[in-house]
Design a protein around this ligand. Structure first.
Ligand code: FAD
Length: 426
């Protein structure tokens, strides 16, 4: 079915004058794909609709949220099958019924794009990235050919290995995923702490956190002020000594507090030091995610760079944050994904915002993101392509930084599985 109105969560995507929306991947749309009659290309894919890339001016969007909503839990194997229009909140809500959970990110609003682009969760240090939980993937290559692939085992053939590696982290360039099967984990309560920090205290906290056990992770946001959050997974709801040991060593402010949450979706309620959309003025933004190894003794150096950047930020809605990786995200064996920066301990991201319609502010914010990238890439040489920017001039650079030496092979796969450029350019 074709529709011309849209209801995307991302504000920029909302306001694009798009060609229209396909609500199903039916015979008609598949025929257009197979006969190269998508015009203009690329066809935009929308799952959770939270990124600026689920729609583009004058382009068609396939919005999976309408007809791909199935969630099925297999109790005997503790696995869950989700169709591509299921968002992370719905996934967590369903799993809770069975006392199970999944390492979603800091917001339940994101869709399957969160999983397909890697998926960094506050629980990733214990369980791995979201892509590491995938057991089976079904969908259509951008040639229109249907596929169904299981996670390779030691006897799997080379084709299966390469396809799997490409789909886990680079699927948006090659295929339309319709459903995935995922591993789940026991539902445990989480103990959270939060506090406002000054720059020096942030440097200290970063250094300390690099030695934390894998069931603890740090997340910080630098906006109006600096706010740090720690997430600590309990065994059931038993608060062990480890939590107290961690908080005893931390720099703190008067607003330091700890609390218990039942599941990871409740991280939605964290209050960040960022100016939100006002009723009168809609905000647009772009986000660039970087990846880099442990900082060790360089955290003071990093803080100097961040102070410079924050002094020059274009407006109060632009900010820099970071999530912690390490532990299980490093241990993934056999290099079976396109998330190649497995040595990473940090994912900082730079968010540049502007008022809708204010072209000057937009330019300033995009320049600030690029300046931030140049300043921070000495610490964080990789890119996490959670947000993809085919509409911006740095797209080629972000793709190179995301895939490095794996990119030539991805280009070969692109010419095999998307020879007509139906999906995003690589
Ligand atoms: C509030 C918020 C919190 C976030 N927190 C985290 C976090 O903690 N960790 C983290 O890693 N990321 C996080 N992100 C980033 C987020 O995971 C990415 O932006 C992700 O791409 C969003 O996916 P989506 O399905 O919601 O968005 P969409 O805009 O619908 O999709 C993004 C892109 O993914 C591709 N895609 C989506 N579905 C398919 C499909 N079925 N087949 C092929 N390609 C597809 C398409 O290219 C699409 O344009 C966050 C984003 C937001 C807005």
């Amino acid at each position: 079915m074709i529709e011309r109105t849209n209801m995307f969560i991302n504000t920029q995507a909302q306001d694009h004058q798009i060609a229209g929306i396909y609500k199903d991947l039916d015979a008609h749309l598949l025929n257009l794909i197979k006969t190269n009659k998508i015009n203009p290309k690329p066809l935009m894919i929308c799952a959770g609709s939270t990124s600026s890339c689920c729609a583009a001016k004058g382009h068609w969007t396939l919005d999976l949220r309408h007809n791909f909503k199935k969630i099925e839990f297999y109790q005997s194997r503790n696995e869950v099958l989700i169709e591509a229009g299921v968002n992370m909140q719905s996934l967590i809500d369903e799993l809770k019924e069975y006392k199970r959970s999944f390492p979603i990110g800091i917001s339940g609003t994101t869709g399957i794009g969160y999983i397909l682009t890697g998926g960094i969760s506050p629980l990733s240090r214990k369980y791995g990235l979201a892509i590491d939980q995938i057991k089976e993937i079904q969908g259509f290559w951008a040639t229109g050919e249907r596929f169904s692939i299981k996670k390779p085992i030691s006897s799997s053939g080379k084709d299966q290995l390469i396809q799997w590696k490409a789909l886990c982290g680079a699927a948006p360039f090659l295929a339309i995923i319709t459903q995935i099967k995922l591993k789940t984990h026991p539902l445990n309560s989480l103990k959270v702490w939060e506090t406002t920090l000054d720059p020096k205290q942030l440097a200290q906290t970063i250094s300390i956190s690099e030695d934390w056990p894998n069931h603890a992770s740090l997340y910080w946001v630098w906006g109006e002020t600096i706010k740090a959050f720690g997430v600590y997974e309990l065994k059931g709801s038993y608060i062990d000594d480890g939590f107290n040991k961690i908080i005893n060593t931390l720099p703190k402010s008067n607003d330091f507090r700890t609390y218990l949450i039942e599941d990871i979706a409740q991280l939605n309620k964290l209050k960040f030091p960022i100016t939100a959309n006002s009723v009168n003025q809609k905000k647009y933004s772009e986000v660039l995610g970087l990846l880099g190894p442990p900082l060790k003794e360089n955290s003071n150096e990093l803080i100097k760079s961040l102070e410079n950047l924050m002094q020059n930020r274009p407006n109060a809605s632009s900010y820099i944050s970071a999530q912690q990786l390490g532990g299980a995200t490093v241990n993934e064996k056999n290099h079976l994904s396109s998330f190649i920066h497995r040595n990473s301990m940090w994912k900082p991201w730079i968010t540049g915002s502007w008022e809708s319609g204010n072209e000057e502010q937009r330019k300033e914010s995009l320049i600030w993101i690029e300046q931030g990238w140049l300043e921070l890439e000495k610490f964080f040489p990789g890119v996490h392509l959670a947000q993809i920017h085919p509409h911006l001039k740095w797209h080629k650079k972000e793709v190179r930084a995301a895939f490095k030496s794996w990119l030539p092979e991805l280009h070969q796969l692109k010419s095999k599985y998307d020879p007509k450029g139906i999906l995003l350019p690589l």
